[in-house]
Design a protein around this ligand. Structure first.
Ligand code: AMP
Ligand code: ZN
Length: 468
């Protein structure tokens, strides 16, 4: 089976067929709005994007991954004003924190990380095209709005990702806020005329000083890097309307070409069954969980334990479960490494059965819970063969190679701990001492290594250090 993914445009699971048959895939994921520390809900979406990227690469695609930074929009400007600081200073702290958190969660860096404030000319260019085509207009407040009526008049359809009730929409009504509900569908702001509250946050434009609306930012950054039409666009489900709907309208309105072939939306994360909120005390940043003693691998495992289109209920018990699950995998992998190492280092082709089952699960619209089922069946089977002494070094090497391949997608594995160079130097000194029949020195070295937490294991290719 080929890879199948749900497409919000068609509302169906369909074969994933990139625009370019050469195997390249352009993928854009809406990045964080750096107005505060990102919460674990946000990270569910970013870990989901990471899973998509890693799986596409596992499937042999050459992915060009873009994730933007929204460093100017309504909430940020409000905070900058409240704290009497500058936009750059305010956003830098949260941007740094965001990337540090992504590292803790072992998310692969995007190839391009454009910032909205570095792309104002590109946004102005798109707005200019929309003005030329009569799809945008300047209102009495001097701001530029996207005209839904004129867009539809050009034969385009507004309301592609979500069903909209145009009956309730009053023509010409405008919304200037970056965020609004489906019920308030209206002409939305592309360029917001400078207001006193914006302080120093404004840029010149052919229509007067001001700042971009949120939605135009992603149209400009994605098309600049990935071209007018690209393969894959993703984000959390709340972004489908209005953000992504508006992105389609602005982009297709300006270029006359189809914007994105495949839209993927990740469902939200709830905490203990409720929407996260500071007042309910169920609001967590990644840092909160690390402070409680969990590690990034456990949080990551939990976040990718359920299907991306299902709302995920995050609980502390679930996190404890992830801790146990990771320990089971670690234990099995350590034993396999020991069996492999006991025969000296050997390389092997990956065991294929587990990889085939894992691939079949993820090909089915990233059915990750089924993929985890495959992994845990494999762990159980390896443990049984290890316990029955039916795992020779070559088989262990093949099973390990399979796990390493699978873990290029899951990203939760623990690298084998290597002994520090001063200890490997001691190990060599011990070999020399033994050669010289200085057994007292050899024994002293063994004791020293034991004190450091390492044991010596003799293999056909010489002695090696093993943790524990
Ligand atoms: P923001 O920084 O608010 O622009 O959000 C960054 C990403 O997090 C977007 O893709 C949102 O859709 C996503 N997001 C926000 N809240 C949640 C949540 N509770 N669960 C999953 N994703 C979320
Ligand atoms: Zn976006």
């Amino acid at each position: 089976m080929a890879l199948h993914l749900h497409n919000t445009l068609s509302r169906k699971v369909e074969p994933f067929e990139p625009l370019n048959p050469d195997g390249s895939v352009g993928m854009y994921c809406c990045g964080p709005t750096v107005h505060d520390f990102a919460h674990i809900g946000n990270f569910r979406t970013f870990v989901f994007a990471d899973l998509v990227r890693r799986y596409l690469e596992f499937r042999g695609y050459d992915v060009n991954h873009v994730m933007n930074i929204t460093d100017v929009e309504d909430k940020i400007i409000q905070r900058v004003r409240e704290q009497n600081t500058t936009l750059a200073k305010y956003t830098a702290q949260y941007e740094d924190a965001f990337f540090a958190d992504l590292k803790v969660l072992n998310c692969t860096d995007a190839h391009h990380i454009p910032k909205a404030t570095d792309h104002i000319p590109e946004m102005i260019e798109i707005i200019g095209k929309l003005m030329e085509r009569g799809i945008a207009y300047q209102a009495a407040d001097q701001s530029i709005y996207f005209s839904i009526e004129n867009y539809q008049g050009c034969g385009c359809q507004y309301g592609r990702l979500v069903k909209l009730n145009f009956e309730e929409m009053r023509q010409g009504e405008r919304v200037s806020d970056d965020e609004y509900e489906k019920e308030s569908v209206a002409d939305f702001a592309l360029w917001k005329a400078r207001m006193e509250e914006d302080g120093e946050v404004y840029w010149p434009s052919p229509w007067g000083e001001g700042r971009p609306g949120w939605h135009i930012e992603c149209s400009a950054m994605s098309m600049k890097i990935l071209g007018t039409s690209f393969d894959l666009h993703l984000g959390g489900e709340d972004l489908a309307f209005p953000h992504h709907e508006d992105e389609i309208a602005q982009s297709e309105g300006a270029t006359g070409k189809p914007f994105v072939k495949h839209w993927l939306h990740g469902a939200h994360l709830l905490v203990e069954g409720k929407k996260m909120s500071k007042s309910l005390g169920n609001f967590f940043t990644l840092r909160d969980l690390i402070e409680k003693g969990y590690d990034g691998r456990e949080v990551r495992q939990l976040m990718i334990s359920a299907h991306y289109r299902e709302t995920f209920n995050f609980t502390m018990a679930g996190l404890d479960g992830a801790h146990t699950a990771m320990a089971r995998i670690d234990e099995c992998v350590t034993k396999l490494r020991d069996v492999k190492a006991a025969a000296g280092d050997s390389t092997a082709d990956a065991a294929s059965e587990v990889i085939e089952k894992f691939t079949a699960a993820l090909d089915d619209d990233l059915n990750v819970s089924s993929a985890w089922g495959v992994v845990f069946d494999w762990v159980r089977d390896c443990n049984r063969r290890l316990a029955e002494n039916q795992m020779d070094a070559a088989t262990a090497a093949a099973e390990l190679a399979a796990w390493e391949r699978i873990d290029t997608v899951l990203g939760v594995g623990k690298a084998e701990e290597e002994a520090p160079v001063e200890l490997t130097a001691l190990l060599e000194e011990r070999a020399e001492a033994r050669k010289a029949k200085d057994f007292a020195r050899a024994d002293a070295i063994r004791d020293e290594l034991t004190k450091e937490g390492w044991t010596i294991e003799d293999t056909p290719k010489g002695a090696r250090l093993k943790r524990g």
